[in-house]
Write a protein that binds this ligand. Structure first.
Ligand SMILES: Nc1ncnc2c1ncn2[C@@H]1O[C@H](COP(=O)(O)OP(=O)(O)O)[C@@H](O)[C@H]1O
Ligand SMILES: [Mg+2]
Length: 367
């Protein structure tokens, strides 16, 4: 069985400190949903409110339509996996997986059968007799997931479960986790500060900062259509230009920035429309900048090449702009030709208004 999870006007306070501020989210059943945000923004706190280790100060948590108020963690249809998962070292893999069934009094043969099914599910068939220390880090992670799934939760909650693994394994486990979720078909709620994890695995991502959900959407929407300065600066790389709005329309705004006027898309968000005279940020991603060699672009700015870094697949070019307060970055796909722009070269950069977004001035992600 799978269940949806609804957070309805949820506030969580620790004394005067507000860890979650009016969180309203519907997490559809059977999907992979992530909370993404920097360390300390309240992700674990929200997960604890869903799992029942903590009661919200205000608001309602519903799982499968049922109000969870007063229902303890072991009575909820959830299972939780932590970052520092602890498998039982003196038990075999299958005994670890079937532990919750043993607690419930399920007989040995049934436990073993269920453990073997779960070993197939996590792509470790026939590994049940091994001891946990004989497994790799990634295999242990999968066993921890199987152990959580043995209790047949409707919702699996995962609190940064990959953060103790090395980079390569972490990347491999993203694909594994997503595949496991699709095979079991229950709701996964995943929390992470790692945008790569959130974007690759999730059907939907909620971007959080300081107890607030800034935006919820699929990875593409979050990346291409950020609705706040925080989301634009936290998810992926972005060049930021500061300025004042000189003209607005339903789709575009003109912003007089520190490096000249720019035409940019406006976000169709939460009624936060930019008005003439407002302070605004214009964000342009490194991959949206091109060398404007006589082509026509909505926006063209003069820049000086500082350095070009060759990364094989990409050239990363760093440039200075007269009046700019920060060096900007452009990413060019390596098309086999050399870059052709030496440090110190004067160049024109072009970008389309559709690939630039103007947003109200607001908090930015820390660098
Ligand atoms: N039991 C608690 N008492 C007081 N403050 C807490 C408690 N639990 C968490 N916090 C605070 O709430 C904020 C969010 O914490 P947490 O949810 O663990 O963040 P994240 O998981 O996003 O890193 C932090 O500032 C943390 O110090
Ligand atoms: Mg946490």
């Amino acid at each position: 069985m799978s269940a949806d999870v609804e957070l309805d006007g949820v506030w969580i306070k620790f004394g005067d400190f507000v860890a979650a501020r009016d969180v309203n989210i519907d997490i559809p059943e059977g999907g992979f949903f992530s909370f993404l945000g920097p360390s300390g923004c309240g992700k674990t706190t929200i997960l604890r409110a869903v799992s029942g280790f903590l009661e919200p100060s205000e608001g309602v948590v519903r799982i499968g339509g049922r109000d969870m108020a007063g229902i303890g963690p072991n009575k909820r249809p959830t299972a939780l996996i932590f970052q520092n998962l602890a498998l039982f070292p003196l038990m075999t893999v299958w005994e670890n997986i079937a532990f919750s069934l043993e607690v419930r009094g399920v007989g040995r043969a049934d436990r073993r059968r269920r453990a073997d099914e779960l070993l197939d599910l996590i792509a470790l068939p026939g590994q049940g007799e091994k001891m946990c220390h004989e497994l790799s880090g990634g295999q242990r992670q999968r066993v921890a997931i199987a152990r959580a799934l043995a209790a047949e939760p409707d919702v699996l909650l995962l609190d940064e479960p990959l953060s103790a693994l090395d980079l390569k394994l972490r990347q491999h486990m993203r694909t594994e986790l997503r595949a496991i979720q699709q095979r079991v078909g229950i709701t996964f709620i995943y929390i992470t500060h790692d945008q790569g994890e959130a974007l690759t695995m999730s059907d939907n991502v909620a971007v959080m900062r300081e107890g607030i959900i800034d935006q919820v959407g699929d990875g593409n929407t979050i990346y291409d259509h950020p609705e706040s300065a925080f989301v634009a600066s936290f998810v992926g790389e972005n060049n930021l230009f500061r300025g004042k709005v000189t003209e607005t329309g339903p789709a575009y705004a003109m912003v007089d920035t520190n490096v000249g006027p720019m035409r940019a898309r406006v976000a169709a968000s939460r009624g936060e429309r930019l008005a003439k005279g407002d302070s605004a940020f214009v964000f342009v991603r490194p991959e949206s900048l091109k060398f404007a060699n006589g082509d026509s672009f909505d926006n063209v700015i003069d820049a000086t090449v500082h350095t070009g870094e060759f990364e094989g697949h990409f050239w990363q070019v760093f440039l200075d702009i007269a009046g700019g307060d920060k060096r900007i970055k452009m990413s060019l796909v390596n098309d086999g030709s050399s870059l052709g722009h030496e440090p110190g070269a004067s160049v024109k950069l072009g970008f389309s208004a559709d690939l630039a977004v103007a947003l109200p001035e607001g908090p930015l992600a820390a660098e």
